[in-house]
Unconditional design. Structure first.
Length: 337
């Protein structure tokens, strides 16, 4: 359904030169720019402008936080899944999201920021994570809709990131996208089954679609004109496709899927535009989006409190692992002496 077939420009620098950063070594800056312009990869040991490093830490750590916080809405349904099969699938999916968070924290650590620093930013409310995870999962249909639409939107956004200019992030995204693809399909399949069920089940699916649709469109971030980070991110080959373009691709891919499923997308302005060869869609409520981003969504407080508690509860595990590692190190030093 979602493929790796994005046709993105090979060389981000071919259309716009990478920005020169004030105060950076001009020779190393020129080598960096040339690498970016040639669509090469930047690796952790390579010199890079501080602004590039900061942008990557910001985006990758936000992405990691989103995966970890994103375990919570669906995790809420593991104990209430309607069958053993659905429970096993859901456990696997939620574990995958945890794994994605771990690859992404590791990728961000290669830029010189520690996991403790990133987690502290999350737990203190300074760091952002995706707006979408601040909404409640009210029924079992929400789990299917998250797979279909939230993972579907995540794949749209993440496939181009497989070609991000920073090597560790790009490589992490390849595996993440393969797993997200399974997540999207399991959600869609669960909904297809519900739509062959009772009227009550069908109504439950439609209700979940009504509640999640607009929030998924907002997930791609503010409109390009209001996106302060996009231009530089694109010039550096971190972002390959703009927020609005990805949103449009998502709408275009999802409308036929909704038709097959037999649900109505809750937008009276949604219609095919022959001239643009895309679907037109209505106005996104950006106030609601910013409320969620800035800590005032329906579940922000609950989500953060759950993460902080999990971190505190896990302290003895981290301490034990560190003590074990120290003991092993001391033993091998003694043997080597
Ligand atoms: N939520 O200038 P831009 C998933 C912020 S993973 C919260 O356009 P940029 C898997 C943005 O950070 C979902 N904040 O920024 C899963 C910036 O603030 P800052 C996460 C948002 O970076 C599925 C400000 O607005 N995916 O779902 C959001 O160029 C199911 C201005 O925005 C990623 O993180 C938002 N939705 O573009 C897990 C992908 N949108 O930092 C469990 C990687 C924007 O200046 C279950 N990230 N903001 O203070 C990206 O591609 C980009 O960072 C964007 C934003 C596209 C999210």
């Amino acid at each position: 359904m979602y493929t790796q077939s994005f046709n993105v420009p090979d060389s981000p620098g071919a259309t716009a030169p990478a920005a020169a950063s004030a105060g950076e070594d001009p020779v190393r800056q020129a080598a960096f720019d040339a690498r970016i312009d040639a669509d090469g990869r930047i690796e952790p040991q390579d010199w890079m402008p501080e602004a590039y490093r900061r942008t990557l830490v910001r985006q990758i750590s936000q992405h990691a936080h989103s995966e970890i916080v994103g375990m919570l809405p669906e995790g809420n349904w593991i104990s209430r899944a309607p069958s053993l099969k659905r429970k096993a699938i859901l456990i696997a999916k939620v574990q995958d999201e945890g794994g994605h968070g771990l690859y992404l924290y590791s990728a961000a650590e290669t830029l010189g920021t520690s996991r403790d620093q990133m987690l502290d930013a999350l737990h203190s409310g300074r760091a952002k994570y995706s707006s979408i995870f601040n909404y409640p999962t009210l029924t079992w249909a929400d789990v299917g809709v998250i797979g279909w639409l939230v993972d579907g939107a995540a794949i749209m956004n993440q496939v181009p990131l497989c070609r991000c200019s920073y090597g560790p992030y790009a490589r992490a995204m390849v595996r993440v996208c393969k797993e997200e693809s399974f997540h999207q399909r399991q959600g869609y399949e669960a909904l297809l089954v519900m739509m062959t069920g009772t009227d009550e089940q069908k109504a439950m699916v439609q209700d979940a679609v009504n509640r999640w649709w607009w929030k998924c469109l907002a997930m791609f971030g503010p409109p390009d004109a209001d996106s302060p980070n996009s231009a530089q991110g694109m010039r550096w080959g971190i972002k390959r496709v703009s927020n609005d373009e990805l949103r449009q691709k998502f709408v275009d891919a999802t409308v036929p899927q909704a038709r097959v499923l037999g649900v109505t997308l809750p937008d009276p302005d949604l219609r095919w535009n022959e001239e643009r060869q895309h679907y037109d869609y209505g106005q996104i409520d950006w106030n609601e989006f910013w409320e969620s981003v800035n800590g005032n969504g329906p579940c922000n407080r609950e989500r953060l409190a759950t993460r902080v508690k999990a971190y505190r509860d896990g302290e003895w595990v981290r301490d034990a692992a560190l003590a074990h590692a120290a003991k092993k190190r001391a033993r091998s030093m003694k043997e080597a002496a």
